[in-house]
Unconditional design. Structure first.
Ligand code: HEC
Ligand code: HEC
Ligand code: HEC
Length: 226
């Protein structure tokens, strides 16, 4: 009977198959048998071309694509995280800390500071050696950055929605997560995730300048390392 359907409606069927390939990403019901799976290979042969699209967009006329391109045609290697409430609040409370009212890092008692280290490794998805040499007291670039992120961001900023802001709110298990391939998209991400979702504890206006300075410095972390 399948045969018959093919015979009767060959033209219609192939048109329908073509339409299915174009319109649908996959069949609503998978084929029951072990046979080949044409819809899957068909959809695999028509990959979406966002990267080539953005490449040609940026290749045209000027180096900066039109404003709409950054929202529609970006194809980051790994999507940047949406800043969210900390998932380590219970851990911090277990250490006797109020995640919404953390003290400056150098105000922590040694025992608590030592426990906070475990929250750092979780939040960034790293080992102790990411920030420390054999001598835990020795200064390192990542320790210096961490002190400032704690004091100026975790303590100095708050989530607009009232949720607790901690290292993992931004890092989400990764030490590095910014995609620098498209500066315009990165700036747009900074605006929605790091400006609009956050406010300053000191109630002053929060903007790019909070982190980048009035004279926009794109690499300020280099200075924080010193
Ligand atoms: C993301 C960076 C980071 C990670 C990861 C990290 N630490 Fe730390 N550690 C710091 C910072 C920042 C300080 C405080 C430094 C300061 O205030 O001078 C510190 C301080 C310490 C201290 C106190 C040193 C002193 O000056 O008395 C010890 C001990 C320590 N860490 C152990 C660990 C252990 C063990 C781990 C792994 C479980 C770890 N750290 C993971 C950044 C980190
Ligand atoms: C408001 C968002 C935000 C918060 C909160 C935050 N960070 Fe970061 N952090 C960043 C961004 C953005 C970078 C740059 C990442 C990149 O280059 O991909 C960064 C980079 C770093 C780096 C250097 C990158 C590396 O290789 O390790 C360290 C160390 C670090 N953060 C530690 C911390 C620690 C510890 C906390 C909590 C005390 C913290 N951060 C809180 C946003 C944040
Ligand atoms: C909460 C802190 C924070 C805020 C607010 C913030 N940024 Fe950033 N931004 C960072 C960090 C951290 C980096 C990485 C800096 C580094 O690697 O030295 C960065 C990097 C960038 C870069 C890449 C620069 C380069 O040369 O590669 C751009 C572009 C950028 N930010 C734009 C913006 C814009 C535009 C705003 C305001 C809408 C903004 N940022 C607000 C933290 C912030």
């Amino acid at each position: 009977m399948n045969k018959r359907a093919v015979f009767f409606g060959h033209g219609i069927l192939s048109a329908a198959m073509l339409a299915g390939v174009v319109v649908a990403c996959g069949p609503s019901a998978p084929p029951p048998s072990t046979g080949q799976n044409p819809p899957a290979s068909a959809s695999a042969s028509t990959p979406p071309p966002p990267s080539s699209a953005s490449a040609s967009a940026s290749a045209s006329t000027s180096a900066t694509p039109p404003a709409s391109a950054s929202t529609t045609a970006k194809a980051p290697p790994a999507p940047m995280p949406n800043v969210r409430g900390s998932q380590l609040s219970a851990d911090l409370q277990g250490m006797g800390l109020d995640p919404k009212k953390l003290p400056a890092l150098n105000k922590l008692e040694p025992a608590k500071l030592r426990k906070v280290m475990n929250a750092f490794t979780k939040a960034l998805g790293v080992q102790c050696t990411h920030c420390h040499t054999d001598d835990f007291k020795a200064p390192t670039a990542n320790k210096k950055i961490s002190v400032r992120m704690w004091n100026e961001w975790v303590v100095g900023l708050q989530s607009e929605d009232g949720s607790a802001l901690f290292c993992d709110s931004c890092h989400q298990g990764k030490a590095k997560f910014l995609d620098h391939s498209d500066k315009k998209a990165l700036g747009a991400w900074m605006k929605t995730e790091l400006v609009q979702k956050l406010k300053r504890t000191d109630k002053k206006d929060h903007s790019c300048a909070t982190c980048h300075g009035e004279d926009f410095d794109g690499d300020f972390l280099d200075k924080w390392k010193k």
